[in-house]
Design a protein around this ligand. Sequence first.
Ligand code: COA
Length: 216
Amino acid sequence: MVRNLVDRLFRILHDGKQRKGPSRHSGVSCRGVSTIDADFSSASHDFMMIRLETPRLTLMALTVQQMRWQRDDFARLEQTLGLAASGQRLEDELRPIVSRAISQMRRRPHHARWHCQWAAVLKEERRIVGSLAFKGPPNREEAVEIGYGFDPSYHNRGLATEAVGEMVRWALSEDGVETVIAETANMNVASMRVLQKVGFVITSATQRYLYWKVGG
Ligand SMILES: CC(C)(COP(=O)(O)OP(=O)(O)OC[C@H]1O[C@@H](n2cnc3c(N)ncnc32)[C@H](O)[C@@H]1OP(=O)(O)O)[C@@H](O)C(=O)NCCC(=O)NCCS
């Protein structure tokens, strides 16, 4: 799956800049129930493992150790999370990105949730079908930027909308977060549609990109 996520996630996680937008609430739906489980078995750098639930998905904030497995041993990650073996592996291009995120999590463990990868697990199949991430902790405008990508085999079933909606709801409930922002290439109709459905509004545009926000 990951092949098709790489280009987008690479840019989303490492090239984009957080931008301030207008502060108007746009009505994100609150569909999930959040639970927090302690991940005491992991290294001391790991944070309390956060799991968000939507009707069809469990969204798992991966710990440092889980991200090492995501990078180096995807089968072990799946096994550890109690998932079915899918034969997936992380694309080579995504490895340095995950490595950098791990470094950030180790350097700033209190911000781990804003640096980690979030695995979207389709409950029905016990399979990772997408990845989401925030690009870092809240900026001075109390905004966090979200990025995401889903397995093409699972597109157009509303799964990204479900996941992004819940991640946004969760982020806006966190201290110090007033808005969630995102950017899309202006040709990326599917991603634009996801953001629209979640309640994002466009705050600015360039020739190639649209900038979005929700909350505030
Ligand atoms: C963007 C992405 C995450 C959407 O995932 P998804 O699970 O298919 O999203 P959803 O099913 O929740 O919603 C997709 C919407 O886009 C619409 N859509 C998809 N392709 C479309 C197209 N070519 N033209 C018009 N609408 C389109 C779908 O019909 C659906 O809208 P609807 O519910 O109103 O019918 C997925 O396409 C993806 O992983 N793309 C590659 C990575 C990426 O672009 N990430 C975002 C970077 S900003």
